[in-house]
Design a protein. Structure first.
Length: 160
């Protein structure tokens, strides 16, 4: 798993050097890279900590996942506040799944009792951004329905 994460981080670094900052949202390759990182980090947070090394890896995965979720939430906020306009014609389909996976991860956290202000705000932002993306990709609506199925009424009330 560590080799996969290192490879994805190297690929991400190359992409971030090559793609202008204003166009990062339109990079399908970057979205795929971040999807892989979310899956790897999420799996790392659920690893069985049988020894000190596994416990350390679990903490590192949690920190990396937190940073990635915060970055995606901040990105969503830029477009929700209309500080940046989205060109829906060139929006990659992978971005919709990336936002869904981030929202699903935060939803899982809330379900297991990790109720923090960031989790509630982040989930609300990601859900709103997913609704915005559904203007271009119908999968956005489907993903919102999946999130609704995983969201308890109490959580739904808190994020609205």
């Amino acid at each position: 798993m560590a080799v996969i994460v290192q490879t994805l981080k190297s690929f991400e670094a190359v992409l971030l050097q090559e793609i202008p900052e204003k166009e990062l949202i339109y990079s399908g390759a970057l979205a795929l890279c971040e999807i892989g990182l979310i899956h790897a980090y999420d799996g790392g947070t659920k690893a069985d900590p049988v020894d000190i090394d596994a416990s350390h890896c679990r903490a590192e995965a949690r920190n990396a996942l937190d940073r990635l979720l915060e970055a995606k939430s901040a990105m969503a906020q830029l477009y929700l506040d209309r500080e940046e306009d989205i060109d829906f014609k060139i929006l990659p389909p992978f971005l919709t799944y990336l936002v869904y996976k981030c929202a699903a991860t935060v939803t899982d956290r809330l379900r297991v009792g990790e109720e923090s202000l960031f989790n509630f705000r982040g989930l609300k932002r990601l859900r709103e951004f997913l609704a915005l993306l559904s203007q271009r990709w119908l999968a956005g609506r489907r993903y919102l329905k999946l999130l609704d199925e995983d969201t308890t009424p109490r959580m739904m009330k808190s994020i609205q």
